[in-house]
Design a binder for this molecule. Sequence first.
Ligand SMILES: O=C(O)c1ccccc1N[C@@H]1O[C@H](COP(=O)(O)O)[C@@H](O)[C@H]1O
Length: 212
Amino acid sequence: MSSLKLKVCGMRLAVNIAAIAELKPDYLGFIFYEKSPRFISDVSAELIKYIPSEIKTVGVFVDEDLEVVKKKVNLYQLKAVQLHGKESLAYCKDLKSTFADLELIKAFGVDEDFDFEVLDAYNDIVDYFLFDTKTKAHGGSGKTFDWSILERYKLIKPYFLSGGIDLEHAAQISNIYDERLYAVDINSRFEIEPGLKDVQRISEFVKEMSLK
Ligand SMILES: O=C(O)c1ccccc1N[C@@H]1O[C@H](COP(=O)(O)O)[C@@H](O)[C@H]1O
């Protein structure tokens, strides 16, 4: 048993959601970014009924109009929002002041040139950082970054580790001794096709990491 949380992102289909929910991830993500192959336009009641209340639903957005984000938070009763674009401090502050209980996850694409000082301004506003691989696609690349870059991360804020995480990384992640590592985020490397998760492989990942 580990305190490390699990987020499974890019869900689209009811049957698949029902099967993944049985594995008890801590977070389930829905991608509201039209350019993504995992884009979902509507998280219908038919989908939501398979998600027990202990699993937090996350809306993933890329530079979306703030009013659209707020509308989706209200409509789908999202518990968290994950921002993958160049969302400003004012944008983040607005969301936090509008929704007192909403968890705010600010994603940053990381490469060897990443300037960790950009995080300082967000530190008092967001609940978590999310470190993903820097690509032009903003996310869902299936590519890992060199995790040793995180040695330059000096803040106390807990973070999600993301970007191309696969079954083969389970042992390596279990050996990361960093109290700030709050959650691991899995997505495209556990798919049969975009938006359809491989339940068997995710189940193996959960077991290998002793997550539940
Ligand atoms: O998955 C997508 O298509 C996507 C598109 C735009 C922004 C974020 C997206 N997904 C997030 O990207 C990371 C990394 O995913 P992967 O493991 O490399 O496939 C993850 O946090 C997803 O939530």
